[in-house]
Design a protein around this ligand. Sequence first.
Ligand code: C2E
Ligand code: MG
Ligand code: MG
Length: 380
Amino acid sequence: MHGHGAGDDLLKQVANRLKNCVRRTDTVSRLGGDEFAILLTDFDRPAFAGEVAEKIAHRLSEPFLLNEVEVNISTSVGISIFPDDGHDAGTLLLHADTAMYHAKALGRGRTQFFAQEMNQRTAERHALEQDLKAAIAKGQLSLYFQPQLETNSAEMIGAEVLLRWHHPQQGLVSPARFIPIAEESGHLMVSLGNWVLENVCKQARVWLDAGYSIPRLSVNVSAVQFRDDQFLQQLESLLHNCHLRPHILQLELTESIIMSEVEGATDRVRTLKDMGVCIAIDDFGTGYSSLSYLKDLPVDELKIDQSFVHNIQSDRDSAAIVEAVIRMGESLKLRVIAEGVENGESFAFLAQNGCEGLQGYHFSKPIPAAAFERQYLINF
Ligand code: C2E
Ligand code: MG
Ligand code: MG
């Protein structure tokens, strides 16, 4: 976001702070990218390493000055200890890396000591990744559809498309589990994302050819897929080959996608909009706090995150956030949809507060294409 020079400068400043957190006899090194390794010697209690990690996390959480701009970063630390976690440098580094990876998965700014179970989990993850690579060719993927209803008329105004993986041994694996694995490998997420887009378009064509009128189909797009160079061009040729009007398709992007590498991302959103594709912001309210992108970008829809909707009754702050998002959508002329509507009380609250659209188990779970066609599509 601030240029390569600023990136180099940040690394140097981090290195200096790291050196100040350890003793003269310890070793600080940079492994590459944004990864540093620290070798601590001569200490008698493992907790010492944890204390150093805490000190580091604290020192690095203080703002950095890059070209006179204040920047904040977060740090994840993984710790492995000789001889319990390994007898040689390679194993110790590998296990510290595994621990750091687990720290990252827990959220920003965490520290984790290596534990043998982590190897087990890493192995499971690896196995799942191998299986996922084969899933497309083996026909184990399918698309489910979840209707989105207009609050006042109860008419269907759209449907969210959700990917499902039918694993031969493990049964239905949740996308919440396999999407992060695919994203980690990058290329795999691009393949999955392309499979989803291609099959949504083909399904839409089949329904249109059979004489059905179809609602707007809303597809989730991963950051990895969105960044891919071929993304826009592939989408355009897909729509063209399936003879689809672009506005039947909506892409669900998260705030973090839009706020990442700011320049490129916003240009892509504009190009998509020029193509005629609709844009929704998914999980709205959970990402970055900057709202300025909403006035600069051609966004059509805000999807209020489930976490707020689930707590409408129990938590006044959640209710207040839901209300505020609805008001903001009104002022900015954006459609607001609440996801995760599970009961009549949430429904009533959202209707009372003028939320335009609703999606959730209270109306329907995501269902396979055939069931969706039977229950929700009207043939003319
Ligand atoms: P999301 O895009 O926020 O999708 C909404 C999730 O909430 C879906 O979970 C949906 O089944 C679930 N849901 C809907 N109504 C309710 C409700 O009333 N209560 C509760 N508790 N849950 C509800 P699902 O299908 O497991 O997907 C999880 C996440 O995986 C999605 O979150 C999305 O981020 C990701 N995902 C799913 N399909 C795709 C895909 O094709 N591509 C990408 N990149 N991500 C996908
Ligand atoms: Mg979504
Ligand atoms: Mg969501």
